[in-house]
Ligand binder design. Structure first.
Ligand code: HEM
Length: 386
């Protein structure tokens, strides 16, 4: 993945597809506001934007089925994204058979059944595309790489034979789809929720965008590094509201020492992300959403979403750390910046202060964020996207 799908060269190669999806995001929100009461379900918007980007990168497709430019995702995408979240939601489920493997066949908690069904739903959309594509490459009706699937099919081993089998490609794509969606949508939904309750922060973030872009054009990816305050807001979101409390579990393969801790071979390692981000020995007023805290060092220069010195846990580290730091950062910043530069947002009349409760079972926001939006750029700019 690191060398073939996520290298800087490939990232650049995929830029047009990501830009189209960032434009589609603005058009979709604009149409929703124009054709409705102005209330927008921002969880739905953020989730589906990330889903759209990933389908474009993987399959060069925005929608599997009946989704449309005006109405957004169709029934197929809703079913697909729900199934992805069902899988992600079971990452930390506790099946007793992880520790007593001979009980596995009883599936006491019913997790195997749930996960099998969810995986089948995801594969129902992926697999026919993958099979058809492999067929096309084999029979010479496709000769040109357009997306990640083409790249995976075209990889060759030292003897010029296909490097990956069909099953390996299907599994890799399943993992990519599962690994992609949760962090970006969750981060942006939380950050927007926090700053809707602290409008002065929203105003500062919007002013930064106005200063860089004016009001006659939209943010482009090449300008992401100019955004300091927006980056600080997103970083603060990761510190305060990581998607799940614990990082994905790992097992140590040999005895090792990390800082002062001896970790014997075979230990299950569970790193608590909130424990790091909320540590009062590191962060003053740790439960307060305060982007400025990230700007004090070096005047915010070189600020990125990745962790510096493990003061927060965004992408992990080492060989099992996230391989997609650049892509993840691009998707998140474009989503956040285009939403606040393109539209004004206030809480809806029936919830003047956004409820920031977490779900009981994990750290996601309990209620989807609904907000009242209004276009803030000249109308012609939105119409150019049609
Ligand atoms: C801002 C968005 C993202 C964040 C915050 C994020 C965060 C993470 C974290 C914390 C891990 C676990 C690291 C560890 O266990 O030490 C991880 C793993 C992973 N991420 Fe991301 N991720 C993001 C976006 C993406 C995207 C867009 C992709 C798609 C290519 C992706 C693919 C993966 C994969 C494949 C792994 C598993 C790596 C392995 O087990 O070796 N991530 N990510």
């Amino acid at each position: 993945m690191v060398e073939e799908l996520l290298s800087p060269k490939r990232h650049q190669w995929m830029q047009d597809k990501r830009v189209e999806e960032s434009d589609n995001l603005v058009r979709y929100v604009y149409n929703q506001i124009k054709n409705g009461s102005g209330l927008v379900d921002l969880r739905r918007v953020t989730k589906h934007y990330v889903g759209n980007v990933m389908r474009r990168l993987l399959f060069n497709k925005r929608y599997f089925g009946n989704g449309s430019e005006d109405c957004g995702p169709g029934a197929e995408e809703l079913e697909y994204v729900d199934a992805l979240f069902l899988v992600v939601g079971h990452l930390f489920a506790f099946p007793i058979s992880d520790y007593l493997p001979w009980l596995w066949w009883l599936d006491l908690e019913g997790h195997n059944k749930i996960l099998k069904e969810a995986t089948n739903t995801i594969r129902k959309y992926h697999d026919p595309i993958i099979e058809e594509r492999i067929h096309q490459w084999k029979h010479g009706t496709r000769t040109h790489e357009e997306d990640w699937l083409d790249i995976l099919i075209s990889l060759k081993d030292a003897n010029k034979n296909p490097l990956l089998t069909m099953e390996e490609i299907k599994s890799l794509i399943l993992e990519i789809a599962i690994g992609t969606l949760d962090n970006p949508y969750n981060n942006v939904e939380w950050v927007l929720s926090e700053i809707l309750n602290q409008q002065e922060i929203l105003q500062k973030a919007t002013e930064e965008l106005d200063n860089i872009l004016g009001r006659e054009r939209l943010l482009q990816e090449s300008e992401i590094s100019k955004l300091k305050y927006a980056m600080a807001c997103l970083r603060e979101g990761f510190r305060l509201h990581p998607i799940i409390d614990f990082n994905a579990p790992h097992v140590s393969m040999k005895d090792t020492i990390v800082a002062d801790y001896f970790i014997p071979k075979g230990s299950h390692i569970l790193i608590r992300r909130q424990g790091i981000g909320h540590n009062p020995r590191v962060w003053e007023e740790p439960l307060k959403f305060k982007p400025e805290r990230h700007l004090s060092k070096n005047n915010g220069c070189d600020l990125t979403l990745a962790e510096q010195n493990f003061e927060l846990f965004t992408f992990g580290a080492g060989r099992r750390g996230c391989p997609a730091i650049t892509l993840g950062t691009t998707v998140i910043v474009m989503l956040f910046a285009r939403l606040i530069h393109g539209f004004t947002w206030i809480p809806p009349p029936n919830e003047p202060i956004i409820n920031l409760s977490e779900l009981e079972s994990n750290t996601m926001k309990a209620k989807p964020l609904i907000a009242l939006g209004k276009p803030r750029l000249p109308a012609k700019l939105y119409h150019q996207l049609d």
